[in-house]
Design a protein around this ligand. Structure first.
Ligand SMILES: C[S@@+](CC[C@H](N)C(=O)[O-])C[C@H]1O[C@@H](n2cnc3c(N)ncnc32)[C@H](O)[C@@H]1O
Length: 272
């Protein structure tokens, strides 16, 4: 573990971030591990809190991985672009309207960092044609400083980055690694495009996730899962340790409201 963890936990503001659970997640980390593997990375708050020397980060959303690639390649360039963006609603809607495919990696990354800091509740959502369509929130949160980007770049230097499904990322893990899985909560009924179209986490994806978690543990990988409190998952992952935790969450609705959500952390290995 290196000693460069970020003061603010992440570069991206991200709905579904487990920032509030970081103390619990750290407490429940295994005693030792080879590589840290996070296949549903999002803002990767645990990764940025711990700064593991060797890691694999994956997310099915290529825009997220592009942010980490851009910072790794040249964090100064990303900081330079962020410096030019006015913290205004006009800037938000102008940047939102730009097709990210027309931008280079640096600008694409800066655009997403800004949009997430300014959008409603830090939700990443796209319409059917893949266009980011979340409205502006009530304020623009502070953008990462050059120093924070520099620290993130140092941490990401030891990480392999994968834009792809969680199965692709965990295929890289081997016995002794620590895999932290924080999948989207299972969605029933109408799918609203949370995390972008194509990142649907339905019953079928959930079943695959359970099978994968069991297989990983069976081959000597240390697995930690965070999820909403769910008896079905507890039943499915037999013999795993269950740690019940609560987290204050903002619920996305017309009027954002705070609830204390009952969540859990499951580990395939015993507590320290
Ligand atoms: C609950 S969020 C993870 C939040 C993260 N732990 C953090 O602290 O920010 C779930 C993430 O999984 C990603 N995702 C959704 N479906 C996926 C899939 N099939 N494979 C890999 N990543 C997926 C989403 O893009 C999202 O970033």
């Amino acid at each position: 573990m290196n000693d460069i963890s970020l003061k603010r936990p992440t570069i991206l503001r991200w709905s579904g971030s487990k920032a509030k659970l970081v103390p619990d997640l750290r407490r429940l980390s295994p005693r030792t591990f080879n590589r840290y593997v996070e296949p549903f990375a999002g803002s990767a708050c645990l990764f940025f809190s711990m700064g593991p020397a060797r890691a694999i980060l994956g997310d099915v959303n290529p825009m997220v991985i592009d942010v980490y690639r851009a910072i790794t390649r040249d964090f100064h360039a990303v900081a330079d672009v962020l410096d030019t963006i006015p913290m205004t609603g006009d800037a938000f809607y102008t940047l939102r309207a730009i097709d990210p495919a027309t931008l280079d990696l640096t600008y694409r990354a800066a655009r997403l960092i800004f949009l997430m800091k300014a959008c409603f509740n830090g939700v990443y959502r796209t319409n059917r044609s893949g266009k980011f369509n979340v409205p502006m929130g009530s304020r623009v949160y502070a953008l990462p400083t050059r120093e924070e980007l520099s620290r993130a770049a140092a941490m990401l230097g030891g990480a392999t980055l994968i834009a792809g499904d969680f199965q692709t990322t965990i295929a890289e893990s081997t016995a002794g690694d620590w895999v932290y899985m924080d999948p989207p909560y299972r969605q029933a009924g109408r799918y609203r495009g949370e995390y972008g179209y194509g990142a649907k986490f339905d019953d079928e994806a959930f079943e695959q996730f359970v099978v994968v978690a069991e297989k990983l543990a069976a081959r000597g990988v240390q697995v930690m899962v965070s999820y909403q409190y769910d008896e079905r998952l507890i039943d499915a992952l037999k013999g795993w340790c269950v740690h019940s935790v609560t987290a204050a969450r903002t619920v996305a609705s017309k009027t954002a409201s705070r609830v204390h959500a009952r969540e859990m952390i499951m580990t395939s290995y015993p507590s320290k």
